[in-house]
Design a protein around this ligand. Structure first.
Ligand code: ADP
Ligand code: MG
Length: 559
């Protein structure tokens, strides 16, 4: 055992040139080498690849690595070949004779790692070949692709387990940087690896500064910010290819060196632009989310989301590309409710389950963006880490928002949860408190619970915000096994018996609600009407919001 440990360190040094393991790497590798199923959940940049690369080298046979992106595979195989390891890949880019060559080398026992795209895995001729090969273990990288609750669902990933079973009793290592508890459960269930040893490190990236800015005058803000960061590397994410091109052009006329990257560009241009960024010929890459998976540039000093992302998982992974060298880096999101409407429109035509999941993810993201609570605390809570204190180094803790005593509201929320028998989601609890007499509410008789309509003077947004803060401070918990319904925690039950002070945050009205159609127009072009607003309703809502703010003495836009 000790002998093997020393050898692992020696291999680490000799093959990869590193002096020590990072975090849990050694324990993870040992676990896999002991033949046990292994589930690794670590943030982007933590060093997950090594957890299967090193064991593949020291074990007899060939390790199969299932990976979703062809570019990613090639990148890793090139890197491994460069340090003298026999690795190759099987995917649709290979000709028949090339793939035959790859297979021959595997069957001769020469290949240590074989990267396979999930769709290649299921091809009958490949299955026959794999059945003949001497395999050491199976690694499933980017394992969140298996879950419909993740941000990058790939149906082919669902078939992996079936194939793996047909290959005999091999240990599995699954790895992901995205694991809300729901996604984590999905992965384990789908891969039949509930028995796996789980290695989850904290998702806290202390060196990343999180900030959300209202999306007004965004181009001006962008230039001001980037001028102050001259010579430093940054990524700007936009939602559409068109926007990528537009921002790239805009930076160019403002003397900021950048390149565009999106799936609409020819792959050779994409490669050139990526290389220009990696080799620091330009400071900025303006990109859609097509850019970044597996990119390893250590000194990215900022990741800017020009448009709101579709989910917090995606957001966290994208911002995770900043500050891999451990030095401080900024993660700035420009947020406007308008972006949410746009994303919602994309979701409209999806099949029902997919649409509902997408909506849920988007709502979580919008709640985060409009919240006044410590960003770090929210993100970590979202990823299933229980945080007792604010984590600092983000806009909300550096400039704390006013708080107000919300004992009454907290009590109503907890009562609503209790009286509806802990079987409903945040949105439903908000509906009950707002006294909405929908058919759904009535069908459960929830218009009869004691707190029905207690909060009818407030908006859905207000109540979502209060409920989330009750959740975030552990009075409630989410049941991920059960569509994310909220249930009481011990702390919540105690509160009902013996209410204590519970303060919640208010964001200031100017933050997001004041972004008007005109502000958006300046940026996006087109009128509010073009974007599907009912102008009369839009105006009415604006007035109502102002009126509420005046009457209640505090901003109605609350988180
Ligand atoms: P992940 O897949 O978790 O996002 P990678 O496997 O791409 O991360 O690793 C990120 C970077 O960390 C790579 O440059 C890798 O070479 C480096 N790295 C991994 N393990 C170590 C280590 N033990 N010491 C130093 N650098 C490491
Ligand atoms: Mg990785």
């Amino acid at each position: 055992m000790i002998e093997q440990k020393i050898n692992l360190k020696k291999t680490l040094k000799e093959v990869f040139g590193y002096n020590q393991f990072r975090g849990n790497q050694e324990t993870i590798i040992q676990n896999l080498l002991d033949g046990k199923n292994t589930f690794v959940i670590m943030p982007t940049g933590a060093g997950k690849s090594l957890c299967y690369q090193l064991p593949a080298i020291v074990r007899e046979g060939t390790a199969i690595v299932i990976s979703p992106l062809i570019a990613l595979m090639k990148n890793q195989v090139d890197q491994l070949n460069a340090v003298g390891i026999n690795a190759s890949f099987l995917n649709s880019t290979l000709s028949k004779s090339e793939s035959n060559k790859v297979k021959k080398s595997v069957l001769a026992g020469n290949t240590k790692l074989l990267y396979v795209a999930p769709e290649s895995l299921t091809k009958p001729e490949n299955l026959d070949f794999l059945a003949k090969a001497n395999l050491s273990f199976i690694a499933i990288d980017e394992a969140h692709c298996i879950s419909e609750w993740g941000h990058d669902f790939r149906p082919e990933y669902r078939r992996i387990r079936f194939i793996v079973d047909s290959l005999g009793d091999l240990p599995i290592i699954a790895l992901t940087a995205t694991a809300t508890p729901k996604v984590q459960q999905d992965i384990q269930k789908n891969l039949h690896m509930e028995d796996a040893n789980v290695f989850k490190t904290s998702f806290n990236r202390q060196n990343l500064y999180y900030e959300v800015r209202p999306k007004t005058n965004v181009k001006k803000q962008l230039i001001k910010y980037l001028k102050g960061k001259k010579g430093q590397s940054g990524i700007i994410y936009c939602l559409s290819r068109k926007k990528v091109e537009e921002i790239h052009e805009f930076l160019k006329v403002n003397d900021i060196k950048s390149r565009p990257y999106h799936a609409g560009l020819d792959s050779s241009i994409r490669m050139q632009n990526q290389d220009a960024f990696l080799n620091e010929e330009v400071d900025i890459i303006v990109a859609t989310i097509a850019f970044g998976m597996g990119i390893d540039k250590p000194d990215v000093r900022c990741v800017i989301h020009y448009d709101a992302p579709k989910s917090l998982e995606g957001y966290y992974q994208e911002t995770g590309r900043a500050g891999r060298d451990g030095l401080n880096a900024d993660c700035i999101m420009f947020y406007s409710p308008e972006d949410i409407h746009k994303l919602e429109k994309f979701n409209k035509d999806k099949p029902v389950t997919e649409r509902d999941n997408a909506r849920y993810l988007l709502q979580e993201m919008a709640d985060y963006a409009t919240s006044g609570v410590c960003r770090r605390r929210q993100l970590l809570h979202y990823f299933g880490e229980n945080v007792e204190k604010d984590g600092g180094f983000n806009d909300n803790t550096d400039k704390p928002k006013p708080k107000f005593e919300a004992n009454q509201q907290t009590e109503w929320v907890l009562k609503a949860v209790k009286e509806t028998e802990e079987r409903f989601t945040i949105s439903h609890i908000a509906d009950v408190l707002m006294g909405k007499e929908t058919d759904y509410v009535k069908s459960y008789g929830h218009n009869k619970v004691s707190v029905f309509g207690k909060g009818k003077d407030q908006t859905q947004q207000y109540w979502r915000s209060i409920i989330r803060q009750v959740l975030l401070f552990n009075y409630l918990k989410k049941d991920f096994d059960n569509h994310g319904v909220v249930k009481l925690n011990d702390k919540g039950r105690d509160f009902l018996k013996n209410p204590k002070s519970h303060k919640v945050m208010l964001t200031e009205d100017h933050d997001f609600s004041k972004i008007t159609a005109e502000d958006e127009e300046k940026e996006i072009g087109g009128t509010a009407q073009d974007k599907g607003h009912d102008p009369v309703l839009f105006d009415l809502l604006k007035k109502l919001r102002k009126k509420l703010a005046k009457e209640k003495g505090f901003p109605p836009y609350v988180i």
